[in-house]
Design a protein around this ligand. Structure first.
Ligand code: AVJ
Length: 344
């Protein structure tokens, strides 16, 4: 099977073998042999043969997807990145003074601007180790190189893995750890996977470690829908691009042009739902699964859920994972939570 970038990936699932070495400055390790997408075929085939067809948003980010997302963060109605940047700028000195991190572990790279704000706030003589963790090897390599060049002598390294599955395989931390999860990506996780993810994050913490989490807040549906339905069609292109990735990964013949983008607010579940709607009837053959599927006109493929939270919702989910909400910073559009392991 080939990966998002056409790289060969073993069909049978990954063997969770921790990386042989803990890595060294500049290294990029695979959390699991064969990479985090090994064994992805059955999951993709299962999603596409379900009653409500689904593709996981973790497959959005090949190099085209990552660059389209970069453009999304510049869109006028896509307030998330700007809100979070401003909140980090406002609070980073206090957070760094309070935590004095010896490692900054970034879950899901791509926010090098925010990471640089954190590293700039650290004493330049005692820069912490920077560990980039992401499912996209290209994104990890870029982050390690970018930070390595921007801060000569810094211990910058990377791990390629899936933050829902491989956190326990991360190398030991050299000391006080600040784990950052930016972008509001926590909103991608359905309630149960979110609970599991936060429980796994909790295992990364000693008493002096902290978790800095970006949370997109529940607000007027028209504001949310505008953020995910831009007039230029960048988000539509980002959404359709996942079909090109799936075509490569499971040897399928989707025609992305035969689908239109839709992002709608679901009040009951407090989430934006992104779908691809079939314009015409299509026969699709999933080569890697040796199975044919039919997509009827008007039928949708659900590609992403984006849960929007409240302050009390964020506090509740952290407490469920035995973390305490130490600080909350917000501009009423977006929230930045600093959490500590409870009992610390
Ligand atoms: C990468 C998950 C933070 O939540 O807004 C952007 C993904 N999807 N436009 C988000 C996304 C469509 C984005 N995150």
């Amino acid at each position: 099977m080939t990966g998002p970038e056409g790289q060969l990936i073993p069909l049978n699932g990954p063997v969770a073998v921790p990386p042989k070495d803990e890595g060294k400055p500049g290294s990029v390790l695979d959390a699991v042999e064969g990479g985090p997408l090994a064994g992805a075929v059955p999951g993709i085939v299962q999603g596409l043969t379900a009653k409500q067809k689904k593709i996981s948003p973790r497959y959005f980010y090949d190099s085209m997807g990552s660059s389209l997302f970069e453009r999304i963060t510049q869109l006028p109605d896509y307030y998330l990145a700007r809100s979070e940047n401003a909140l980090v700028e406002r609070t980073v000195d206090t957070i760094v003074r309070q935590v004095a991190p010896q490692e900054v572990l970034e879950l899901g790279t791509g926010s090098s601007k925010k990471i640089r704000q954190i590293l700039d706030a650290c004493s330049q003589t005692e820069l912490p180790r920077y560990t980039a963790f992401d499912i996209d090897r290209g994104a990890v390599t870029t982050a390690v190189e970018t930070i390595g060049q921007a801060y000569p002598g810094i211990d910058a390294r990377g791990v390629v893995g899936d933050f829902e599955k491989h956190l326990s395989l991360l190398p030991q931390s050299p000391g006080r750890r600040l784990v950052v999860f930016f972008g509001g990506t926590i909103g991608n996780l359905d309630p149960w996977p979110r609970r599991r993810f936060l429980a796994n994050v909790r295992t990364l913490f000693g008493p002096r470690d902290r978790f800095l989490l970006g949370v997109d807040l529940k607000k007027e549906p028209h504001v949310l829908e505008a953020a995910y339905n831009d007039a230029e069609g960048i988000i539509a292109e980002f959404n359709r691009n996942i079909l090109k990735i799936v075509n490569r990964m499971v040897d399928a013949n989707f025609d992305p042009g035969a689908f239109r983008h839709q992002a709608i607010w679901n009040e009951d579940d407090a989430r934006i739902e992104m779908h691809l709607i079939a314009e015409t009837r299509q026969e699709i053959f999933l080569g890697a699964g040796d199975i044919a599927i039919t997509v009827e006109p008007g039928e949708t493929i659900w590609t992403e859920s984006l849960y929007k939270l409240t302050r009390s919702g964020a506090q509740g989910m952290l407490e469920e994972a035995k973390m305490r909400l130490d600080a909350w910073h917000t501009d009423s559009m977006f929230g930045l939570a600093l959490a500590a392991p409870d009992g610390s």
